[in-house]
Structures are given as structure tokens and as C-alpha cells.
Ligand binder design. Structure first.
Ligand code: ADP
Length: 478
């Protein structure tokens, strides 16, 4: 099949979270499975310099955006074994210090930037001589694409591609003042409660849910959760209406990137049969972060956006209690300043037990995954979550709240004593998390059990080769 993937983030070109990892990996997995996949994404600052093989395409976007017309250029990059990638080049929109925000403040023109980008996606889908069978869009930034395709179909586009929307996180919907709707040049008739309108505002994701031919989300449990009031973020009604085309497909892991044997970020390689290297990674991590280097102290790690969703509040509470025991905790995160302060206070309180690192750091992320004994992910909700799956492969036992993709990817003792891969807890409070940490300490004190759990974890397979067929099945329903 011919699939055009559209996303505001694609690893390794741009990334703020799991969305980038997923789109990059899905592109490659589709190619590996014998399909033609092409990705389109904005040309952000610094990308061109990093990839000099990029070539300018003989293509000029000149598209209506409300009452004006906006122009942009197009670049392409071909890499062997990977999906071809197109970059939409509009410096005023995309050559900026951040992707969505700067200094914790969202760009005021995000609606304009991503409505324009969505129009570029549709323009490519329609006029590229390579005619995609499916346009697969990801998250609110490109969620207006299905409505735009539909409108052009009505206006005479014979046989347009099917549209598929993947919701990576329902909490981010792209909600803007009603005036922004004019930028779409879509008919006013779709600005209603059945369509793009949400309590008088423009809601880009809602438009995607209403008009996409198929909707997927990134885990089976999250697909069920988002149709309930508790997890629906106000869109559970429209999701229930479209439930017949909604599927949950667990994200895969890009093991070419996230592996323990051929990984330039790691101090020493290791694998199920050769675990000595993991110990060295642990000791080096402790040293690197200024903690006492001692193999016998259980080391807990977290890598996360510091957002409410990630369970920061209960994690701070549980750690304040549990750090009185013999354990260490390392954090790599960025996000809310208030949460950063919380972790900084914790580190000040327990200077020989806690190390925190704020900012984005790919190498440190791999080293924390490799050097930790346990990985904490107590999310309030989690559409899929990737770090718990990276942890599994790195022999780092995940401690997760049983929600969304966390529940789908980790197996607890109570579910299956023989094949358990991690520790789960259900109630969203510090006490339950502290109890799960206590269980981890007991596990750590029993080397045989701990090794068995580690082995199960490292053998778990979440490769894309399996998952990609589920997407093909969705595409083929057209
Ligand atoms: P989300 O998309 O909600 O942020 P996921 O677990 O799906 O959560 O994906 C997070 C991705 O971002 C992972 O690849 C993780 O390693 C990475 N990540 C998050 N925070 C950082 C950081 N501060 N430095 C480096 N990588 C990070």
C-alpha cells in the first residue's frame, strides 16, 4: 500500500515525546513490511544543517489561509531502508527555537502554523504523482486533514485517499478561539457540535475524530478508556459515536534505537545471557550523577515530561516517604517549573540518594534505562507510554500504574507469577505507589526472583514487525 504519514514531530528530526518515536518507527516498519511509506513534517530550525543530503523539491505551496494566500517550499530526504521524508519549509512558522512553545509559553500563532501545515499535507496527497491510498495523520496538529480532504472531495477530487487519525494523547486537542476556524476555509456548516466546534471554540482533534475514515489510538486499553467520561477529556461522546471505526494498537519499540547490545550511548553492552555489563552501567550512572556508586543499593529511575499526566504529585509523595529506606532515585525530565521545584527540593533533602537532571538529553535517557534497577511510571493516564517498554528491554523492572498502555505492556505477579515482567498498582495515590516501591525492594532483596523477572522483561517482544500488520489491516478497510 501507499501511505502518507503526517506528523508535527518525527524522530530523529524533531521530538518532544513519544509521538516522534512512533511516527519515525512506523515509517520504517511499513517500508520493511514491503509498503511504500512517505512522511511529511515541518522543517524546524537546524534540521537542514544536520542533514546536508536533503534536496529542494520543485514544488511551491501557495495555499489559501483565511483571506490571504501563504507560500512555502518543500524539501526531501531519502535514506536507505527508511520512509522518504518531506519537509515543509516556511521559516516564519517553523524556524524557531521551539516546536510548540518557548519559555513555557505556547506560540500565539499555533493554530495558523498547523492549519497551514495541514493544508500542505492535503496538497501533497492530492497532487503528488505518487498517489497515496491512505493519509495517516497524527494528533491535533494535523487532525483537520480528514475534513479538508472531505471538502475537496465534495468540490470534485475524485477518489481521494482514505484518512486515518491516530490519537497519541487525548489531553492535547488543539483548542483555539472560534475565529481561527476562518483560517481553515472549511464551510461554516461543519463548525457545529457534530464537527469542529467545542463549546464555541475550534477543536482540531474533535474535527479529526468526526471526519476521519478510521481512528486509532496507541493501546487497546486506552481505546476503551477514552470512550468513558473519566478519560474522555470531554470528547467521549463523539468517540462513542465513532466507536465502530476506533481501534487500539499498542505502539512498537524501535529496537534498532533502543537496544542494549549495539548502543553508542551505553558504557557497556549487555544482554539476557551477559548481565555483567548492566552492573557496570549502573555503577557508571551513579558516578555520573554524583551518587554513591554501590551495586547493592536499589536504583530507581524516571524519564518523563513533567506534566500532571505523568503522576508527578503522587511520585513526589511516595518518594518522600520511601527515600528513608536504602534506595536511590534518578530523574531526567523537563516541563512544569513547579514540578521541577518539587524534585529539586527532594534532591536537596536527600543529597546522597537523589539526583535530578532537567532538560532534554537522549544519551542520559539511554543510560538511566540501562543503569537503573527499576523504572517508575505512575501515570494518571497513559495512552501507550514507551519508557516502560524500553525499560523491559533494558532489564529495568517497570513499576507502573495499571492504566492505558502501561497496563497492556506490563505483566504483574498477580496476573502471572511465572512470566511477570513488572509491578503494577491501581489506585492513584502516593500510598499505593509507595507500596509498589516496597514490593520492588523485597524483589530486589531476592536475587533469584529478581533475575527471573529481569529475564522475562528482557525477552518481551514489542517490535514493530508485529504491530505494523494491525495498521495495514486498518488501512485495508477502506
Ligand atoms: P509522552 O509521549 O507522553 O511524553 P512516552 O513514554 O510515550 O511519553 O514517550 C516519551 C519519549 O520521550 C521517550 O522516548 C522518552 O525517552 C523521551 N523523553 C522524555 N523526556 C525526556 C528527556 N527529558 N530527555 C530525553 N528524552 C526524554
Amino acid at each position: 500500500m501507499k501511505i502518507l504519514l503526517a506528523s508535527s514531530e518525527v524522530y530523529p528530526f524533531s521530538k518532544t515525546g513519544g509521538l516522534a518515536d512512533m511516527v519515525g518507527a512506523l515509517g520504517r516498519a511499513l517500508v520493511n513490511a514491503g509498503h511504500e511509506a512517505v512522511i511529511v513534517t515541518p522543517l524546524y530550525r537546524g534540521i537542514r544543517e544536520k542533514y546536508p543530503a536533503m534536496r529542494k523539491v520543485d514544488w511551491r505551496f501557495d495555499l489559501p489561509l483565511g483571506l490571504t494566500n501563504v507560500q512555502a517550499d518543500l524539501w526531501e530526504l531519502n535514506r536507505t531502508g527508511e520512509a522518504k521524508i518531506y519537509f515543509v519549509d516556511h521559516p516564519a512558522y517553523f524556524d524557531r527555537a521551539g516546536i510548540y512553545l518557548e519559555n513555557h509559553i505556547s506560540y500565539a500563532d499555533n493554530a495558523e502554523r498547523f492549519i497551514f501545515f495541514s493544508k500542505c499535507v492535503v496538497n501533497l496527497a492530492r497532487y503528488l504523482p505518487w498517489r497515496p491510498d491512505v493519509v495517516h495523520v497524527h494528533d491535533w496538529q494535523v487532525a483537520l486533514v480528514p475534513a479538508l480532504v472531505l471538502q475537496q472531495k465534495i468540490a470534485g477530487w475524485g477518489n481521494p485517499p482514505a484518512t486515518c487519525l491516530t490519537i497519541h494523547n487525548l489531553a492535547y486537542q488543539g483548542v483555539f478561539p472560534a475565529e481561527a476556524f476562518a483560517l481553515t476555509n472549511l464551510p461554516e456548516s461543519i463548525f457545529n457540535t457534530e464537527g469542529a466546534e467545542f463549546f464555541g471554540l475550534l477543536n482540531c482533534l474533535k474535527a479529526g475524530i468526526a471526519f476521519a475514515d478510521f481512528i486509532t489510538t496507541v493501546s487497546p486499553r486506552y481505546a476503551r478508556e477514552i470512550t468513558t467520561e473519566e478519560f474522555g477529556c470531554g470528547l467521549d461522546g463523539v468517540l462513542r459515536r465513532r466507536q465502530s471505526v476506533l481501534t487500539g494498537i499498542l505502539n512498537g519499540v524501535d529496537y534498532a534505537e533502543w537496544n542494549t547490545t549495539k548502543n553508542p550511548h551505553l558504557v557497556k553492552p549487555f544482554s539476557v545471557g551477559r548481565m555483567a555489563g548492566k552492573k557496570i552501567n549502573k555503577l557508571e550512572l551513579q558516578k555520573e550523577l554524583g551518587l554513591p556508586a554501590d551495586e547493592s543499593i536499589p536504583l530507581f529511575g524516571t524519564i518523563s515530561r513533567l506534566a500532571e499526566q505523568k503522576g508527578v504529585d503522587i511520585q513526589l509523595g511516595a518518594l518522600a516517604e520511601m527515600l528513608n529506606t536504602n534506595m536511590q532515585f534518578v530523574l531526567l525530565g523537563s516541563g512544569s517549573q513547579e514540578y521541577e521545584r518539587g524534585y529539586r527540593d527532594l534532591a536537596r533533602h536527600f543529597p546522597r540518594k537523589v539526583a535530578v537532571h532537567f532538560g532534554y538529553n537522549e544519551t542520559l535517557a539511554h543510560r538511566i534505562e540501562a543503569g537503573s534497577d527499576f523504572f517508575l511510571m505512575p501515570s494518571r493516564f497513559e495512552p501507550c507510554g514507551l519508557n516502560q517498554m524500553y525499560s523491559l528491554r533494558y532489564g529495568t523492572i517497570p513499576i507502573v500504574r495499571a492504566t492505558g498502555g502501561l497496563d497492556d505492556s506490563v505483566l504483574d505477579w498477580t496476573q502471572n507469577a511465572k512470566f511477570a515482567t513488572g509491578i503494577k498498582f491501581s489506585e492513584y495515590n502516593s500510598r499505593s505507589l509507595a507500596k509498589a516501591i516496597r514490593k520492588a525492594l523485597v524483589l530486589f532483596s531476592q536475587p533469584k526472583l529478581f533475575q527471573a523477572c529481569r529475564r522475562n522483561a528482557m525477552k518481551a517482544d514489542f517490535s514493530w514487525d508485529r504491530t505494523v500488520h494491525d495498521y495495514i489491516e486498518v488501512y485495508q478497510q477502506r
